[in-house]
Design a protein around this ligand. Structure first.
Ligand code: C2O
Length: 534
C-alpha cells in the first residue's frame, strides 16, 4: 500500500456561466475540484490551506474513517473550521472499500462549488467483479447559481423561507448550452465498440437527479463504493451524495447522443433549472451530425425511482459477502418532519424548520462534538436524543397544521460493536421530496423500504437480510420509510443528516456517539496537533 499526498489550496476563482460572471470558492482554481486517486489499503494525506475569507472544512463522503474520526470533516461535529489563513492536514487509511465516492466542503453551503471525485481502485492484482472496462470516465453532476451561494443561504435564513433554487444543473462543471452565451456544454468523447466505466456522482446541493443517455443502455455495477448485482437500465436515479458506477457499451458507430440530467420532484415546472444536457459523441463522427434525442423522465416519475431503487442488490458473492446484522441491539424510529417555528427576526414571523423526533438539531459553536466527547467538556451536548417520536401520529395521512419542534444539541449513544436498526419514516409534510439520509463513518444495509406508515408487525417480515444494497446515503421516500441496519464498529462521533443541504440548514440532522465503554481515550486516537480551534 502507498501513501498518497495531495495539496488543496482553497482559493477564489472567476468564471462565466449562463452569461453571468462571478467569483466562487474552489480548490486549486479547479471546478470540479481535483480527483483523489487511491487503492484500497492506501493512506491519503491532504493538506488543506485556506486562502479565502470563509471558514472551511472538507468531508470525504463515504470514507469509513476507521479510528480516524478527526479527519471526517463536518464542521463543529468532528472539528472546528479551518479559518482564513490556516492549514489542516487530513490523514486517513482506506480500509475495506473500493469504488467511487466524493469529497466536498462541509460547512454552510460551500459544497455548492467545493467538491470532487474520490476513485478507490481495488488492491493491486485484484480485478473488478465485472467485465474489465476499456476506459473509465468520471461524471460529476452539480448545481449552479448565478449569484453568490452564501448570499442565497443568508437570504433564506433571514426570510425563514425556502432558498432560491439553482439556475442550472452542471455536468463536470458545464451547464448545458445556452443560446447567446458561449457555453458549449459537456461532451463525452467515445470510441465505437468499447466498454466504458462511468463513475457518476451526484454532488448537487438540493436536487435528486435522473441521468440517461439517448440510444444506450447502462449496466449498474456499483453504488456508493459497494458492488451490486449488475442490472441493465436506461435511467439512473441518484440522491445528492450518492454515486453509481455503470458500464456503457458504445454499440453505435458514429453520431451524437443526448445526455439528459433532470431533477426529481423538486422545481415546480417553469423554473429554468429543469433540464441540463450534455452530449455523448463518437470520435469518427462527421462535423455536423444530428443529435439523437431521448425522452426526459417526468418530474414526478415515482415509479421510475422505485423501480431503480428496488433493482439495487448487494453483489453478495463469496469474495464480497453482504454482512447484514441479523439481530438488533438498538432499535430506533426516526420521524422526519418539516414544519414552521416562530421566528421574531424573520420577515414572515415564522421560519421553516426540520426535525427528527421533534428535535431541530443545532450545532455547537464553542467546540466540535468530537472534542467535547474526547475531552469530556460539559454543556456542549446532551446524550438524550429520543429513540422514538414524542407523539405517534399518522405520519403519511392528513398532517397536523403545525408541528412545533424543540431546538437541541442531543446525541444518541451506541454501544461499540452493537447492531443498530433505524426506521427512517418520512412524513410528506410541506416539501414533497425524498430525504436522502447520509450516515458518516459507516455503510449501512437498506433492509426494507415502502410507502405509507411503517408497520412494525408486518413490514419486518419482508426485510431482505440476504443481499440488501449496502450504501452510505439512502433516499427516504416522500411519505414512506426505509429501514437500515449497521454494526457500530467504528468509535467516534458520527453525523446523520439529510443530504439536501437546505434541510440540513433547517435542522434535519443528529449525531451518534460510539464508545467502547472504556472512555474515548481508549477507543480513539488523540487529535492531531494541527486540529483547528474554534
Ligand atoms: Cu456528504 Cu455530511 O455529508
Amino acid at each position: 500500500s502507498l501513501v498518497r499526498h495531495y495539496k488543496f489550496s482553497v482559493v477564489l476563482k472567476n468564471t462565466t456561466k449562463l452569461c453571468s460572471t462571478k467569483s466562487f470558492v474552489s480548490i486549486n482554481g479547479q471546478f470540479p475540484g481535483p480527483t483523489l486517486y487511491a487503492r484500497e489499503d492506501d493512506t491519503v494525506i491532504i493538506r488543506v490551506t485556506n486562502h479565502v475569507k470563509y471558514n472551511i472544512t472538507i468531508h470525504w463522503h463515504g470514507i469509513k474513517q476507521l479510528r480516524s474520526g478527526w479527519s471526517d470533516g463536518p464542521a463543529y461535529v468532528t472539528q472546528c473550521p479551518i479559518q482564513p489563513g490556516q492549514n489542516f492536514v487530513y490523514n486517513f487509511t482506506i480500509t475495506g472499500q473500493r469504488g467511487t465516492l466524493l469529497w466536498h466542503a462541509h460547512i454552510t453551503w460551500l459544497r455548492a462549488t467545493v467538491y470532487g471525485a474520490i476513485v478507490i481502485l481495488p488492491k493491486t492484482g485484484i480485478a473488478y467483479p465485472f467485465p474489465i472496462p476499456d476506459k473509465e470516465k468520471i461524471i460529476i453532476l452539480g448545481e449552479w447559481w448565478k449569484s453568490d451561494v452564501e448570499a442565497v443561504l443568508n437570504q433564506a435564513e433571514k426570510s425563514g423561507l425556502p432558498p432560491n433554487i439553482s439556475d442550472a444543473h452542471t455536468v463536470n462543471g458545464h451547464t448545458g448550452p445556452v443560446p447567446g452565451c458561449t457555453s458549449q456544454g459537456y461532451t463525452l468523447h467515445v470510441e465505437s465498440g468499447k466498454t466504458y466505466l462511468l463513475r457518476i456522482i451526484n454532488a448537487a446541493l438540493n436536487d435528486e437527479l435522473f441521468f440517461k443517455i439517448a440510444g444506450h443502455k447502462l449496466t449498474v455495477v456499483e453504488a456508493d463504493a459497494s458492488y451490486v448485482k449488475p442490472f441493465e437500465t436506461d435511467t439512473i436515479f441518484m440522491s445528492p451524495g450518492q454515486t453509481t458506477n455503470v458500464l456503457l457499451t458504445t454499440n453505435q458507430r458514429v453520431g451524437k447522443y443526448l445526455i439528459a440530467v433532470t431533477p426529481f420532484m423538486d422545481a415546480p415546472i417553469g423554473f429554468d433549472n429543469v433540464t441540463s444536457i450534455a452530449i455523448l459523441r463518437y470520435k469518427a463522427t462527421s462535423p455536423y451530425p444530428k443529435t439523437t434525442l431521448t425522452t426526459i423522465p417526468a418530474l414526478n416519475a415515482t415509479p421510475l425511482t422505485s423501480h431503480f431503487i428496488d433493482s439495487l442488490r448487494s453483489l453478495n458473492s463469496k469474495k464480497y459477502p453482504a454482512r447484514v446484522p441479523l439481530t438488533v441491539d438498538h432499535s430506533l424510529f426516526f420521524a422526519i418532519t418539516v414544519g414552521l417555528n416562530p421566528c421574531d427576526s424573520c420577515l414572515t414571523g415564522t421560519k421553516l424548520v426540520s426535525a427528527i423526533n421533534n428535535i431541530t438539531f443545532l450545532l455547537p459553536t464553542v467546540s466540535s462534538l468530537l472534542e467535547a466527547h474526547y475531552y469530556n467538556i460539559k454543556g456542549v451536548f446532551a446524550d438524550d436524543f429520543p429513540a422514538y417520536p414524542p407523539t405517534v401520529f399518522n405520519y403519511t395521512g392528513t398532517q397536523p397544521a403545525n408541528i412545533r419542534t424543540d431546538n437541541g444539541t442531543k446525541l444518541y449513544r451506541l454501544n461499540f460493536n452493537s447492531s443498530v436498526q433505524i426506521i427512517l419514516q418520512g412524513t410528506a409534510m410541506i416539501a414533497p421530496e425524498n430525504h436522502p439520509f447520509h450516515l458518516h463513518g459507516y455503510n449501512f444495509f437498506v433492509v426494507g423500504q415502502g410507502l405509507g406508515n411503517f408497520d412494525p408487525e408486518k413490514d419486518p417480515l419482508s426485510f431482505n437480510l440476504v443481499d440488501p444494497v449496502e450504501r452510505n446515503t439512502i433516499g427516504i421516500p416522500n411519505g414512506g420509510w426505509a429501514a437500515i441496519r449497521f454494526k457500530a464498529n467504528n468509535p467516534g462521533v458520527w453525523f446523520l443528516h439529510c443530504h439536501l443541504e437546505v434541510h440540513t440548514t433547517w435542522g434535519l440532522k443528529m449525531a451518534f456517539i460510539v464508545d467502547n465503554g472504556n472512555g474515548p481515550h481508549e477507543s480513539l486516537l488523540p487529535p492531531p496537533n494541527d486540529l483547528p480551534k474554534c
